[in-house]
Design a protein. Structure first.
Length: 368
């Protein structure tokens, strides 16, 4: 016998007892490992949301040419939110399979009656005209408000506000005529200019805040009374008249509803400050097209920038194309970005699964 087992005076019984302890210690350690592993697995499977173990089916009913971008980035957002969501663009399969529909008005779905088990419809645009009155939608409808969309709108409004404020179009005309005319092109400072905003929703308040930071005096109008720090808020018919009469630059960011259609028409343009500039990044139906053209011709309106129209694309024969003091932009003010829209959709799915209030839910009675 060699080693410690052969050492003189070491009791045989002690040698056998220690030898038997080794497999017992190994078994105990292995049992502890199994217990720890099972607890860890359970902890991972029940994340902070408590929802990722349940498979959720969502349908992408948006534009086909955007599927690859949305599919990749939305799945990333779902994983980061701890949600087990299977996103599909195969709307021809059993509609009762889906729990949520991610909708775009240019997508393939207009009849939701066969989607018996959906819990909500998430619109990929800020505007909900064309879907808010859809009688086949029996569940909550949410509009899109994401950071990139908001930033895009703010940059559009700020850029074109400064274009009108600095009379850039007038300077271009002088340049093309080789005329050096300082006195007629001299602009006032931003603090001496009043910008009126019709519509103080999420996008309107974001634009208002940015304009206030740039020293413009900002007045805003909403249908119902509202308070927003830094903005002189008006409401009701009298409030609308005061905003029209005081604004040097008028920005339209209202939704399209029966109450807001043709809010800028001949009667309201007559109440505007002479030489007002108009920016419409809201909805095309807010403006009476012929009334605006007449006001531009008379000089009542000094210039206009329009990003939205009653019919899009704007018909080549439309008078807007040819007017020298009107700029047409092809509905580019604010685009939904899958990078920032994904977390909004994921958060709303998480909220719905947990029974919490949804973000940006549309009031179907008011239309927005």
């Amino acid at each position: 016998m060699s080693g410690w087992q052969g050492r003189p005076g070491y009791p045989p019984s002690r040698r056998r007892g220690n030898a038997n302890l080794i497999p017992l210690m190994v078994r105990s350690a292995y049992a502890c490992f199994l217990l720890f592993s099972s607890r860890t697995a359970r902890a991972v499977s029940t994340s902070s949301t408590g929802q990722n173990s349940r498979l959720i089916h969502a349908l992408y009913a948006g534009q086909a040419n955007r599927w690859d971008d949305y599919q990749q980035l939305f799945q990333k957002s779902f994983r980061e939110a701890g949600l087990n969501v299977r996103l599909s663009n195969e709307y021809s399969v059993d509609p009762s399979l889906f729990h949520y529909v991610i909708y775009h008005p240019k997508g393939p779905i207009s009849d939701f009656s066969s989607f018996k088990n959906i819990k909500a419809v998430f619109n990929l645009r800020a505007g909900v005209e064309g879907v808010v009155d859809n009688p086949t939608i029996k569940v909550p409808l949410c509009r899109m408000v994401d950071q990139n969309l908001q930033d895009g709108m703010v940059e559009y409004v700020i850029g074109h506000t400064f274009r009108h404020h600095l009379q850039t179009d007038t300077l271009w005309r002088y340049k093309n005529q080789c005329e050096w005319r300082q006195s007629e092109a001299t602009s006032c400072l931003a603090k001496e200019r009043t910008v009126g905003i019709l519509g103080l929703g999420g996008l309107g308040t974001a634009c208002a805040d940015a304009l206030v930071r740039l020293n413009f005096r900002v007045i805003g109008w909403t249908r119902r009374s509202k308070h927003h720090t830094g903005v002189e808020c008006r409401s009701g018919p009298e409030g609308l008249d005061s905003v029209l009469s005081e604004s040097d630059i008028l920005v339209l960011l209202l939704p399209n509803t029966p109450e807001t259609e043709n809010i800028v028409r001949k009667e309201s343009l007559e109440k505007c400050k002479p030489g007002v500039a108009i920016i419409n990044a809201g909805r095309g139906d807010l403006i009476d097209d012929n009334a605006l053209l007449e006001a531009l011709e008379s000089g009542k309106v000094s210039g206009a920038t329009l990003d939205v129209f009653r019919e899009e694309p704007l018909h080549p024969d439309h008078g807007f194309w040819r007017h020298p003091r009107l700029l047409v932009t092809p509905h580019i003010a604010a685009k939904t970005s899958p990078e920032t829209a994904g977390p909004v959709i994921a958060e709303n799915i998480r909220r719905c699964e947990c029974g919490e209030p949804l973000l940006y839910m549309v009031d179907k009675e008011s239309g927005y």
